[in-house]
Design a protein around this ligand. Structure first.
Ligand SMILES: Cc1cc2nc3c(=O)[nH]c(=O)nc-3n(C[C@H](O)[C@H](O)[C@H](O)COP(=O)(O)O)c2cc1C
Length: 199
């Protein structure tokens, strides 16, 4: 089993979402001792924004790309190859201003590639990353589980489902900025979610 852990916090040290993602991976390794883990920390190596130059490179046929355009596409290709090689994805995702961190959005913009990770058919779009599982470790200052203010979970379900990934497990560490007791409860809830999701 290949596990790919993506840490999406802007913090490379002491990130709560990374703590939850680490706990998920530890539990997966307990259940599958021979699992191999690849980690990508987007605070350490943030991916580039999908800007005009990147779109220009994407829409230029591979054999017509400049060296600069080819280098830009190669950065995205590396992220796609990591996802393709993974059986299980573990995402550590803090809530920033009610959404996912820009770092994670840039990663998503890199891996969602027409003709590679999805394609359009006469019947509509088809995800090409089938048979993978995703565990998402969510870290939040407040509590939004199951409420309309939680745009993260529906968004991740939609975009990962679009890629053909339909087995998703959400692990919640909430109330982390609501005092020490609430934070402790938040991490305890995450542990309970992990135990329920991974046997
Ligand atoms: C810029 C910023 C924006 C935040 N926005 C929210 C928010 O919209 N809702 C919330 O519940 N917590 C919010 N928080 C609190 C974080 O979700 C919380 O501190 C979380 O533990 C951060 O995870 P991390 O340590 O993995 O980065 C925000 C924190 C920061 C730094």
């Amino acid at each position: 089993m290949n596990i790919l852990q993506i840490n999406a916090s802007a913090r490379s040290e002491g990130a709560n979402s990374t703590r939850v993602a680490n706990a998920i991976v530890a539990r997966l390794q307990q259940a599958h001792p021979s699992a191999r883990v690849t980690r990508r920390d987007l605070a350490v190596t943030p991916h580039l924004v999908l800007d005009e130059a990147a779109l220009g490179a994407l829409f230029t046929p591979a054999d017509k790309r400049s060296a600069e355009q080819a280098a830009r596409i190669a950065l995205d290709d590396a992220l796609i190859a990591e996802v393709q090689a993974a059986d299980v994805l573990v995402l550590g995702v803090p809530m920033y201003n009610f959404g996912v961190p820009a770092q994670l959005k840039h990663w998503i913009d890199a891996v969602v590639r027409n003709g590679v990770t999805f394609r359009y058919t006469e019947k509509g779009p088809e995800g090409l990353l089938k048979g993978k599982k995703v565990f998402v470790g969510l870290a939040r200052g407040g509590r939004y589980r199951g409420t309309e203010a939680d745009s993260q979970v529906p968004y991740l379900k939609t975009v990962l489902g679009f890629l053909g990934i339909t087995e998703l497990h959400f692990i919640y560490a909430e109330g982390l900025n609501m005092g020490a007791e609430a934070a402790q409860q938040g991490f305890a809830q995450a542990d309970a979610d992990i135990a329920a999701a991974i046997s």
